[in-house]
Design a binder for this molecule. Structure first.
Ligand code: GLN
Length: 396
């Protein structure tokens, strides 16, 4: 017997997902010296007070496991935040679970709630881990495609949502503000989702990590606050986007105790618990005054405007973005065949800017819908955005 295993190693549930597009494009940015507008992470720090608390915590010896559900004070701060901004009433002892980022909360919700063969309705384009986690749960992803309206805003046809429901449907996995399109679902759109969930007795898992990043006067609405939804919704968020600490991976799941308990049952098997010195820091962040959160959004809105105009001038027609820190654009003005993946591979050589092809964020059957769409991140310092704009303007 040779020393090298010859049977396929990768579990069948993970076949077909490939390497993370975000890692691939960040590596390309580093190797080509490009401005990285691909992976969505800020190139600037969060509030000094939040950073200071984490440093003090490490020095003070807060370096062992936190409680499995998260530190009580962070759970209290999450409840205060949900009440202050969204009017939600939650019990910090039973209705909140601290996780290693929102991604773990979503993975825990899918693996803790779904049985093999259950169907999960997801709006696409979709964040890449959703499809992989649905597959890991042995469940089936049923996509509902968001398409741009006349104003370039991605939205869904309520008839598509109704058609997606079958007797096997168990869950709707929602994300608003939406990565990658920047759509902030309107109360009317959320009501259509809620009506479907109530009519068919579905659970909703709602990824709200961009809850504070909304522009043009639009407000985020947690779907859990709609009539009939509090008892069937797991609301997920994190500190990464709100406090520019994406590498800390402090997230949470909130909702009725039985749902949060199901998330915990799965989550405790992955990481048990972690991020001890970061938990008090995120608690302080969540208690910052309203002005912190509004200036975070205003700052990003100004960056969106600069990048959006630069894309338009470079012949990359931007779609509407009213939230998150992403804007998508149509490459067909510069690349007639509309191949967004090749476009993203070649853009670093062409102009020294990196983006993410949105086509990979569709289910394989619908990939053609997003083939010509690419995503740019604007959570970068203004000089970085301006440098990208200069490079796009000089691109022959
Ligand atoms: N959420 C970020 C994005 O969409 C980072 C994703 C990642 O690195 N997996 O770009």
């Amino acid at each position: 017997m040779g020393g090298v295993t010859t049977r396929p190693v990768l579990a069948s549930r993970l076949r077909g997902f490939g390497a993370s597009i975000f890692a691939e494009m960040t590596a390309l940015a580093v190797s080509t010296g490009s401005v990285n507008l691909g992976q969505g992470f800020p190139d600037y720090d969060g509030p000094a007070e939040v950073l200071r608390i984490a440093q003090e915590q490490i020095a003070a010896g807060a370096n062992q496991y936190p409680p499995g559900t998260g530190q009580p004070d962070l759970r209290a701060a999450i409840c205060e935040h949900q009440k202050r901004f969204w009017g939600m009433d939650l019990d910090p002892d039973t209705d909140v679970l601290v996780t290693m980022g929102a991604t773990e909360a979503i993975a825990g919700a899918l693996l803790g709630i779904l049985d093999a063969g259950d169907e999960v309705i997801v709006f696409e384009p979709l964040f890449d881990t959703y499809a992989a986690c649905v597959s890991l749960a042995g469940a089936v992803l049923v996509p509902v495609t968001l398409r741009p309206d006349a104003a370039g805003r991605f939205c869904f046809d309520p008839a598509d949502l109704r058609r997606a429901v079958t007797p096997r449907t168990r869950m709707i996995l929602l994300n608003s503000p939406h990565n990658p399109t920047g759509t902030v679902f309107t109360p009317g759109e959320l009501q259509a989702v809620a009506d479907t969930a109530v009519e068919h007795d579905l659970i909703v898992v709602s990824d709200e990590v961009y809850e504070h990043l909304t522009f043009d006067g639009l407000a985020h609405t947690p779907i859990a606050t709609l009539d009939g939804m509090a008892g069937r919704t797991v609301t997920v968020s994190s500190g990464g986007k709100s406090f520019n600490t994406t590498g800390w991976k402090i997230g949470w799941a909130c909702g009725p105790a039985p749902l949060v308990n199901a998330v915990r049952m799965a989550k405790q098997l992955f990481t048990f618990a972690g991020g001890t010195p970061f938990q008090p820091a995120i608690a302080a962040g969540l208690r910052l005054p309203d002005s912190y959160f509004s200036s975070l959004a205003a700052d990003l809105q100004a960056k969106r405007d600069v990048l959006r105009d630069a894309l338009a001038h470079a012949g990359l027609r931007p779609y509407a973005s009213s939230g998150t820190y992403f804007v998508t654009a149509d490459v067909r003005g510069r690349r007639a065949d509309g191949d967004g993946t090749e476009f993203c591979r070649q853009m670093p050589a062409g102009c020294g800017v990196v983006a993410i092809p949105a086509g990979v964020l569709y289910s394989p059957a619908n990939a053609a819908e997003g083939r010509h769409i690419v995503r740019f991140a604007f959570c970068k310092q203004m000089p970085t955005i301006e440098e990208a704009a200069r490079r796009l303007a000089a691109w022959k």
